[in-house]
Design a binder for this molecule. Sequence first.
Ligand SMILES: Nc1ncnc2c1ncn2[C@@H]1O[C@H](COP(=O)(O)OP(=O)(O)O)[C@@H](O)[C@H]1O
Ligand SMILES: [Mg+2]
Length: 219
Amino acid sequence: MIGQTISHYRILEKLGEGGMGMVYKAQDLKLDRPVAIKLLSAAAKENKERFVQEARIAAGLNHPNILNVYDIDEQEGKLFFVSEFISGETQRTRLVNLKSGDGVVLQQAIDWTLQVASGLKAAHEKDIVHRDIKPENIMLTRDGLLKIMDFGIARLKRGADSSDTDALSGTLAYMSPEQVQGLVEDLRTDIWSLWAWCFTRCSPVSCLSGPSMRQPGFT
Ligand SMILES: Nc1ncnc2c1ncn2[C@@H]1O[C@H](COP(=O)(O)OP(=O)(O)O)[C@@H](O)[C@H]1O
Ligand SMILES: [Mg+2]
């Protein structure tokens, strides 16, 4: 893909890879600015609906702490969406750095938590539950702004009588008890993940690290 042009975006480099496909840095040749392109992989074609939903949900949220989605398109059978490019690092990288001895300033931990809480509030006000708040899905820009990304398993808040078909999507260390058990989830599931993330950031150990965490099939 590197060096190819898809629509009016020239693919420059790979930024990440996940369940649904690849994320690339690209140059928007019309507006002459860097962007990020998330491309649905051929292997994940059955997730097309969810992919489109991810783009729509993020595009419908206009908040400084949520990744800005610009466009979605399909070219030559390749479905992709375009978002702002974050020149920074994910919180996972920063977490590793902290554990290797940098320490964490409490004031910074509070600031980061409030930023993510602010982004989540905007989503929750539209009844959107993210369901996968974890370090890999939060990027830190060079200006110190945190951006929530990856609404891939997000959904609208459900009524008490709705059934659950993907209760075990997510990352176990940050999942709320109701999410793990496949019970009805609401906005509180994100608040649990936020505090699990906050604890993990301020402490050298994960808040959940017992033997059940090492069961196969969980990430
Ligand atoms: N807009 C972006 N700018 C820079 N890097 C990004 C951007 N979007 C994603 N990435 C990188 O790609 C990784 C995977 O993106 P993500 O949206 O979380 O995909 P997945 O659904 O595959 O987990 C992120 O952890 C991050 O490192
Ligand atoms: Mg992700």
